[in-house]
Design a protein around this ligand. Structure first.
Ligand code: AMP
Ligand code: GLY
Length: 428
């Protein structure tokens, strides 16, 4: 089977790395990929937001299965175009992807189908939003409707903070059209877990759980990021909680999407808060998380390719997957200043030394290859983005996995490298 992975971050490196090791997979292509995916896949240059370009590549290369990594191609209609041309694709339709791409759609959908989530008001004007935050009172949460690269959410401790967020999003247009509608919602409390379900339009199978570390600095301080590290599986999700999530959240979502004419096939990533009243949805994503994929995929108890192909064909196996054994901890190494302004282009030392530590895998994200200059100079891998690498440790439990991950981290350095020292610390 020839598989094409769309995307070029750590998640896509983990997808390509996983697929490459499977006996049923003959070729892996990655578009656009990165220097890390080049070691386990053939990188191809194509605009992954252009449905016609992607469909053309798939036809020309004779690709048997397309796995969409990030949400933007789904929002751009890439999965619809591939499906219309008869190519198996793992990723929901543009309409079904609204569970992630429109927080207003997602919230109204959950309300229509009785899915537990924070109480909310969907507001189309700044005046309405201001009235809503006053009605809820602080603390309160203000969310831009559309995709805002993970920056569209303000958890406001005070009314002033909430009003400032509304001004920035709705009056100043901080996120452009993505902020023309906002969702104002009650602030929930409790630990957060990521719950992954593979779906074929009708049914879903739990695939694994993880916990992200979203804040930039140790002790959950500092600004929100795309994720500074992750652990899997989540020690907070037992069999009873998993059954409750499937029954109260996943099943109503799948039935509701089908009833509304947009069956959901792909990864349903339920971002949950475990509140005193039970698990509630904070957000849905319609793809694997990053860095969650880097810790969830290596734990899969079955091969990935046949599973996602079955989901793409609407025919997932009827049996639940075998239980996950062991654990993974992933630590993100970021450029100095991330998630704010930063400088990149620094050489990365120790990639091979880290990968040589038993039980350590290094996934690349914000990296690029710099051509060596002069006769003997070698190409070198340099930093090119905010989140540069995810160093993943494996072990029989979180403690062992965490030790391994930080042994790997200790081998790597680049100028102004930043990382959290407390990934998974709470659980060991
Ligand atoms: P999101 O981009 O929707 O994942 O939101 C970013 C973060 O904001 C989440 O991971 C939560 O920590 C926080 N958050 C979002 N909604 C709520 C809420 N209703 N109550 C408390 N925290 C929230
Ligand atoms: N790590 C959070 C996300 O992928 O959305």
């Amino acid at each position: 089977m020839k598989v094409l992975v769309l995307g070029g971050g750590g998640r896509e490196h983990a997808l390509a790395w996983t697929l490459r090791r499977e006996s049923g997979v003959s070729d892996v292509l990655c578009a656009p990929g990165n220097p890390g995916t080049a070691a386990c896949a053939r990188n191809v240059a194509v605009d992954i937001l252009d449905p016609a370009a992607v469909t053309g590549l798939v036809a020309a290369e004779g690709v048997d299965l397309v796995v969409v990594g990030p949400e933007q191609p789904l929002d751009a209609g890439v999965s619809d175009a591939l499906r219309a041309a008869g190519h198996p694709v793992f990723g929901p339709s543009q309409a079904a992807a609204r569970l992630e791409t429109s927080k207003a759609f997602s919230k109204a959908f959950m309300e229509r189908h009785g899915v537990p989530t924070a109480k909310a008001r969907i507001c189309a004007t700044a005046d309405e939003a201001e009235a809503a935050v006053r009605a809820f009172g602080a603390p309160v949460v203000v969310k831009a409707d559309g995709l805002a690269a993970g920056k569209g959410v303000t958890v406001a401790a005070t009314l002033d903070e909430a009003l400032e967020a509304i001004d920035a999003v709705m009056r100043q247009g901080a996120f452009g059209a993505a902020g023309s509608t906002v969702v104002v919602e009650e602030c929930l409390t409790g630990p957060e877990v990521s719950y992954f379900v593979i779906c074929d339009g009708v049914r879903g199978l739990p695939l694994g759980t993880a916990q992200d570390h979203k804040r930039a600095y140790d002790g959950d301080q500092g600004p929100n990021t795309g994720g500074m590290g992750a652990l899997a599986p989540s020690p907070l999700v037992d069999a009873a909680l998993s059954a409750r999530v499937m029954q109260t959240i996943v099943e109503p979502v799948l039935a509701g999407m089908r009833a509304e004419g947009h069956p959901f096939a792909g990864i349903l990533y339920c971002g949950l808060m475990l509140t005193p009243d039970g698990p509630k949805v904070i957000e849905f994503n319609v793809r694997f998380g990053d860095p969650e994929a880097q810790v969830v995929l290596p734990l899969l108890p079955v091969p990935l390719a046949p599973l996602v192909l079955a989901a793409a064909r609407g025919a997932l196996p009827l049996e639940p997957l075998p239980p996950v054994t062991g654990a993974r901890v992933g630590v993100v190494l970021a450029s100095g200043g991330y998630p704010g302004a930063m400088t990149t282009g620094y050489a990365i030392d120790g990639l091979e030394a880290a990968a040589a530590v038993p039980g350590v895998t290094v996934f690349q994200a914000g990296t690029r290859l710099r051509q060596g200059s002069g006769g003997q100079a070698q190409n070198e891998v340099v930093t090119s983005g905010g989140r540069v690498l995810t160093v993943v440790g494996e072990g029989p439990d979180l403690r062992a996995a965490r030790d391994r991950a930080y042994q790997g981290v200790a081998r790597i350095s680049f100028t102004d490298m930043e990382f959290r020292r407390d990934i998974a610390a709470k659980y060991v």
